[in-house]
Design a protein around this ligand. Structure first.
Ligand code: HEC
Ligand code: HEC
Length: 491
């Protein structure tokens, strides 16, 4: 039997060490071993037992997900796992290791069934479709928590700001609650991992203390980020956890310290095998070494090193390029070639970017001839390397489904109206031009945390590709879609 026992360890490898240490293939025995470990972690967490070393590797729909954490274990005694408020929730209610430190509808449905809808995540305040929904029976709770159970989204309540350039002129809320005093916005929990590369905190950046400025090299000089995350943690405890008062700075610092030392990425793929096999650069240990600073490889010229933008932002699987893949009889090699083609498409497939608020208007270019990496430009990470709130149209009325509220906003000075399911940044700035703007999130470990986009409107990675295909008329082929999904699944 040939198992790789180093998987469970968290060591800050040098690249050369990784390359020589990772030539093992994933064996059935190894998977069985890992699965046994994963099962016991969940049981331990459910019983709220004291801190024990927990495996850093969990299963997800396309293979195994790895989290790199200090000391080689997840410190479950950290206040991240502790409840501070009245509803029994902790950060871990909505940020779970196995779901890429977010939540998924599948796991939530299991939690609902196990507890008859009484797990702390099922709380009226923001778990339900409205804070006054009927939750008096299991049946009522199934309806009240339908948005968590179907899309894994949490209800964020936010008012139209006093200084707004617009007013709310019509509300179509299927749950009969939203008003100008509190819009209901259904949003996916962003992962509480890989945070040292965040350039904006929250989908609308509302917890970003001040625009992060270079150098802010990740892990060296990132006071602005730590301050933002501390404020975010306090607000989460007061809001999601319904605490009467936030805990002191020492506790908040422990939470921030915990979450900023986690790195998460896909480790192996059921088709392509181990993602650091044959000089692949997948997995969380290599990710933890990723070079980054605010503005790195920025397409808009914000890189403080003044180096020109390189559209090849993703370089994880360069060594897997295999032009003769179709003649290869080994399915693993063929799958690796598909991942490499997907990476190439991400970096180079031409996209005529039009009508993106915050990008086309900001640069004065009606058409930007770009690629996926124009917006996802942070090397091997996939967010934008400076805060770039943009409107790609996810919240547009044209994409509204009947389970989402629809808001009509009217501009005070021009009388123009716009319909949206989520005004995004505009609820923070009050600016008409900011309606529908959100950040592009970090893309690592994305396979473990479907559905996608701020409102969970794309059920799977194929639906993400379909969105871009229709939004920008790319004319993507079935093969290209397959390859892009293979690549995204390997992140
Ligand atoms: C009820 C579910 C819930 C709980 C409990 C919760 N969160 Fe979140 N978290 C969310 C949602 C939803 C978002 C995204 C909201 C938005 O952007 O408007 C989020 C966003 C975040 C982000 C932003 C990540 C980024 O890249 O911008 C961090 C960090 C975070 N949460 C950490 C925490 C911490 C720490 C706690 C505990 C103190 C916590 N969360 C508790 C649901 C939750
Ligand atoms: C014009 C800029 C832009 C381009 C081009 C672009 N993206 Fe995005 N991407 C974004 C933004 C902004 C979001 C978040 C939008 C939201 O949720 O409202 C996003 C979200 C995503 C997500 C969802 C992540 C999550 O955690 O929910 C994936 C996956 C993704 N993009 C992949 C791609 C791929 C693949 C391409 C190329 C086919 C691409 N993007 C092209 C800006 C862009």
């Amino acid at each position: 039997m040939h198992t790789d026992n180093s998987w469970g360890h968290t060591v800050m490898f040098q690249h050369s060490t990784i390359r020589s240490a990772v030539c093992q293939r994933l064996t059935a025995a190894a998977v069985a071993f890992l699965l046994a470990g994963v099962g016991s972690t969940h049981a331990q967490q459910a019983n709220r037992q004291p801190a024990t070393a927990s495996p850093l590797i969990t299963t997800d729909p396309s293979g195994l997900l790895q989290t790199n954490a200090p000391g080689g274990s997840i410190d479950s005694s950290n206040p991240f796992f502790q409840s501070f408020g009245s509803n029994g929730r902790s950060c871990n209610s909505c940020h779970r290791q196995a779901q890429g430190w977010s939540i998924t509808p599948d796991e939530l449905r299991q939690r609902f069934t196990k507890t008859n809808g009484n797990d702390p995540i099922f709380a009226l305040v923001d778990g339900a479709v409205s804070p006054v929904a009927d939750v008096s029976s299991v049946y009522a709770r199934r309806i009240a928590y339908a948005m968590l159970l179907s899309r894994g989204v949490v209800r964020i309540g936010m008012p139209i700001p006093a200084n707004a350039e617009f007013r709310l002129t019509k509300v179509d809320d299927p749950y009969g609650y939203a008003s100008a005093r509190e819009l209901s916005l259904f949003r996916r929990p962003l992962p509480s991992t890989n945070l040292i590369w965040d350039t904006a905190v929250m989908w609308d950046g509302r917890e970003t203390a001040a625009p992060f400025k270079p150098p802010m090299d990740a892990g060296i000089d990132h006071e602005d980020l730590l301050e933002s995350l501390a404020s975010q943690a306090r607000d989460a405890i007061l809001g999601h956890e319904q605490a009467g008062a936030a805990p002191g700075a020492a506790i908040i610092d422990q939470i921030v310290d915990f979450e900023t030392h986690l790195f998460t990425a896909q480790l192996s793929d059921q088709d392509a095998g181990q993602l650091n096999h044959s000089n692949g650069m997948g997995g969380a240990n290599i990710l933890a070494q990723q070079r980054f600073w605010i503005g790195i490889n920025d397409v808009l010229g914000n890189d403080p090193t003044a180096e020109p933008f390189d559209e090849n932002a993703m370089r994880l699987f360069d060594d897997w390029n295999d032009p003769n893949a179709q003649f290869n009889h080994d399915p693993g090699s063929r799958a690796r070639a598909a991942v490499a083609r997907g990476q190439q498409l991400f970096n180079t497939l031409p996209i005529a970017i039009t009508g993106v608020g915050g990008l086309n208007d900001a640069t004065g270019q009606a058409v930007i001839h770009g690629t996926c990496s124009t917006c996802h430009d942070s090397p091997n990470i996939g967010n934008h390397s400076v805060a770039l709130p943009i409107n790609i149209g996810i919240a547009d009325a044209s994409r509204r489904t009947p389970d989402m509220p629809l808001y009509t906003l009217t501009n005070y000075s021009t009388g123009q109206t716009v319909q949206t399911t989520d005004p995004g940044l505009a609820l923070r700035t009050g600016k008409w031009a900011d309606i529908g703007k959100f950040k592009g999130p970090i893309l690592r470990g994305v396979a473990a945390r479907a559905p996608y986009f701020h409102n969970g409107s794309a059920a799977a990675l194929g639906d993400v590709v379909d969105f871009y295909n229709t939004r920008f008329n790319i004319n993507i082929t079935a093969q290209q879609k397959h390859d892009l999904v293979a690549f995204l699944s390997a992140l």
